[in-house]
Design a binder for this molecule. Structure first.
Ligand SMILES: Nc1ncnc2c1ncn2[C@@H]1O[C@H](COP(=O)(O)OP(=O)(O)O)[C@@H](O)[C@H]1O
Ligand SMILES: [Mg+2]
Length: 255
């Protein structure tokens, strides 16, 4: 029997490292043998595929309701067609699959892409032990119920006073959306040992990821950040985080 996948949503201010950490999480789950991983790029400024070194042909956001309905081939029902198109949008790679929400076309509404994703997530539930969702700060997809209730919301933040205020804000939104406190955890990213110790306020971070020159280098050379050396500080920290998450997933299964 397969278990419901353990869903991790990464949220946080732009530029805090959501995409970097998401891609390193995917990598670390694969390294831990927890594959295939489903990576969902739910940020309109989609670039998770680059961080993972794959190419996206089609995004869910580019599909429009009207056109979609017209394109259903004779003899195929809507549900089958939804699954067919979803599989077209799904990029299959070594150890993981990726699907991108992309930018909504036309009216600018994500509703249809959200519906597609929600419908397909139900079908996919048997395949992936872990789903990693690189989200946007507003957590629209949680608000709309697209991705169901995540098992873990990771708020990625830079250490420091401004970061802490953002954490508090996101925490409030998430709690208002009905996410229980214990499913919301903080990840401090780009921590520099030379600076003062992290003032974590009342937050007990689930991980502290160092500022890593290898990440910067990958960025400068436009190489997939998920492929930085296995012993580089950021990758090591994320592997440790994955160990924690696997424990959380096991605890959930035992309940
Ligand atoms: N741990 C880290 N060490 C060094 N650079 C990092 C680290 N995490 C992120 N960065 C850099 O910070 C920038 C923003 O990261 P990114 O993952 O794109 O953030 P977000 O997805 O939250 O907008 C990128 O240039 C990335 O290379
Ligand atoms: Mg990003």
């Amino acid at each position: 029997m397969h278990l419901r996948p353990f869903t991790i949503v990464l949220s946080g201010k732009g530029g805090t490292g959501k995409t970097t950490v998401s891609s390193l999480l995917v990598r670390a789950f694969i390294d831990a043998g927890k594959k295939p991983v489903l990576a969902v790029d739910a940020d309109p400024n989609a670039n998770l595929h680059e961080a993972l070194g794959v190419t996206v042909r089609e995004t869910l956001g580019s599909m429009r309701e009207e056109a979609f309905s017209r394109q259903i081939p004779p003899g195929m029902n809507r549900h089958d067609y939804v699954r067919f198109r979803f599989r077209q949008a799904l990029v299959e790679a070594e150890g993981f699959d990726l699907v991108a929400m992309g930018r909504p076309e036309g009216s600018g509404c994500y509703c249809f892409a959200n519906d597609l994703l929600a419908e397909c997530m139900k079908d996919l539930e048997r395949e992936y032990p872990f789903i990693v969702i690189d989200s946007e700060a507003g957590m629209e997809h949680i608000a709309r119920g697209t991705i169901g209730t995540p098992d873990l919301l990771l708020i990625v933040s830079d250490p420091g006073a401004r970061g802490l205020r953002t954490i508090a804000r996101i925490r409030t939104i998430a709690t208002e959306l009905g996410l229980p406190e214990e499913k919301i955890r903080v990840v401090f990213n780009r921590f520099r040992t030379r600076t003062a110790p992290v003032d974590t306020g009342s937050d007990d971070p689930i991980a502290i990821i160092p500022d890593d020159p290898a990440v910067e280098e990958a960025d400068l050379e436009a190489l997939p950040v998920s492929q930085i050396p296995v012993d580089s500080p950021a990758r090591t920290a994320v592997s440790r985080l994955v160990g924690e998450i696997i424990l959380l997933a096991e605890t959930r299964s035992a309940e």
